[in-house]
Design a protein around this ligand. Structure first.
Ligand code: SAM
Ligand code: SF4
Length: 467
């Protein structure tokens, strides 16, 4: 029997790349590959790339420089190492990657990675293999199901892609070009995936999509189901303790999603709802298709349905034309909403997007200064949110052993890491934890007693701030 070949995948960027990387591992397992954490000993290295900002794209080329040396070393030891570039840089740059980095054997876009075995075989016959078309067939039909061992090895929390691509065309964003048009997977396929995950020990499912609440997959009744209805269906699957979804667009929040937050204890009361800017002028230049008022109304609808709900968001600073006044409006919006966490980025012009043709008006120094101010505000809100848990009891889904011996770590409903001294036998359970202190972003506590007759709700009341 031939020994298995070794595969190393390095993923950059979003949750969907993490999910895609796992599906590539499952696909290549079918042709004899096993995963290794060490790129230097791999027979195949895949860089699963992100094109969202320039920095993310450029990382790929520095990594390819390092891999060229590793490949030469492997060749000196009589071993072949193949190198593939997958993901959104592959989609955006195609054969330009091979021109800049001839060490690359395979370039494969995010809609074609089910073809990896044949692309690799083509590269092994000599030459390069490039596939960046959007194939007519749906890759999900061809991707093999992960084996039970693979699911168990990946832990108690899993991503499931339900929607891919985007039709929104925000002027700064490459996603509609790299991931293509919006497509939703059928309800029954998602139900099958989630059942299989739950049967193999997964307790928390995060539904992912570039624009996840634009979901409109075909239901078993032949109608298009919105995300809220899908969540209701998934909440009925035994052993699914927690459901989440990401990333939502403020414009696509419809009634069934709000109802799902009202009615489903398994749906975590923590919503990532990017707004990007607090200025209507900038939102319009970004083609976000919503105003600040619309955004605040959506937040109010969520809060009305579930009082313990908390939010995170994404912000871009220094978009072309952003004045100090526009930026102050962003700070004002953050102050009004009160976030539990948020990501903020300096605007990065991306080739091929409409904003790349706009005149950049914000100097690098101003962008740095605005980003620092925004991050300081967000950090203070996040600290206040975390501090408010001290002395309270919160439900934690335990995920793994912590680095400190004897401790295990899990997450609260709001994704805060929580550490307690307890047995690893509790991994996979949702248990109440009394929070005693904070260590940077982690909560430290101890298991709280559960009266034997009392069943715990999945989530507990959060600290509320800024409401
Ligand atoms: N679909 C989500 C939405 O509607 O907000 C976001 C998807 S994008 C992968 C994640 C985040 O990257 C965006 O919310 C935005 O803040 C940031 N981003 C996207 N393009 C960017 C750019 N050109 N420069 C800086 N940040 C960018
Ligand atoms: Fe990009 Fe999100 Fe806008 Fe779509 S909605 S173009 S993914 S930022």
């Amino acid at each position: 029997m031939k020994p298995p070949r070794k595969l190393h995948i390095k993923s950059y960027g979003c949750q969907m790349n993490v999910y895609d990387a796992q599906r590539m591992v499952d696909t290549l397992a079918g042709v004899g590959f096993v995963e290794t954490a060490n790129a230097d000993e791999a027979d195949l290295v895949i860089l699963n790339t992100c094109h969202i900002r320039e920095k993310a794209s450029e990382k790929v080329y520095s990594e390819l420089g390092r891999l060229r040396v590793a490949r030469e070393e492997a060749a000196r030891n009589g071993r072949d190492m193949r190198i593939a570039v997958a993901g959104c840089v592959a989609q955006a740059e195609g054969d330009e990657i091979i021109r800049r980095a001839p060490v690359v054997d395979v370039v494969v876009g995010p809609q074609s990675y089910h073809h990896l075995p044949e692309l690799l075989a083509r590269a092994e016959r000599g030459g390069k293999a490039i596939e960046t078309e959007f194939p007519a067939e749906d890759k999900f039909t061809f991707l093999p199901q992960p084996k039970s061992d693979a699911i168990r090895g990946r832990g108690i929390s899993a991503f499931v892609t339900v929607q891919e691509g985007c039709d929104k065309f925000c002027t700064f964003c490459v996603v509609p070009y790299t991931r293509g048009a919006e497509v939703s997977r059928p309800v029954e396929k998602i139900v099958e995936d989630v059942k299989r995950l739950a049967e193999n020990g997964v307790r928390e499912i995060t539904l992912i999509g570039q624009n996840v609440n634009a979901y409109h997959g075909a239901g078993p009744d032949g109608r298009a189901w919105p995300l809220g209805k899908l969540l209701h269906r998934l909440a009925a699957i035994p052993d699914v303790a927690r459901l989440r979804y990401s990333t939502s667009h403020p414009r696509d929040v419809e009634g069934s999603l709000i109802e799902a937050h009202r009615d489903l204890p398994a749906l975590m009361p923590f919503v990532h709802l990017p707004v990007q800017s607090g200025s209507d002028r900038i939102l319009s230049a970004m083609n976000r298709k919503h105003t600040v008022r619309d955004y605040r109304d959506v937040i109010d609808r969520f809060r009305h349905a579930r009082q313990d709900i908390a939010f995170s968001s994404d912000f871009i600073v220094g978009f072309p034309g952003e004045t100090e006044q526009d930026f102050s409006a962003t700070l004002a919006l953050v102050t009004q909403i009160g976030y539990a966490a948020a990501y903020s980025f300096k605007y990065s012009p991306r080739p091929g997007t409409p904003a790349a043709d706009m005149r950049e008006t914000v100097t690098t120094a101003d962008m740095d200064e605005r980003l620092a101010r925004l991050q300081e505000l967000i950090d203070s809100q996040q600290s206040a949110f975390n501090k408010a848990t001290i002395g309270t009891t919160v439900d934690v889904l335990f995920e793994r052993a912590a680095r400190n011996s004897g401790q295990i770590v899990g997450r609260t409903a709001y994704l805060q890491p929580a550490h307690v001294m307890a047995s690893t036998g509790l991994i996979g359970q949702v248990l109440p934890v009394r929070i005693d202190s904070l260590e940077r972003y982690s909560l430290i506590g101890e298991l709280a007693p559960v009266p034997p007759s009392q069943s715990r709700p999945i989530s507990s009341s959060p600290p509320t701030i800024g409401a």
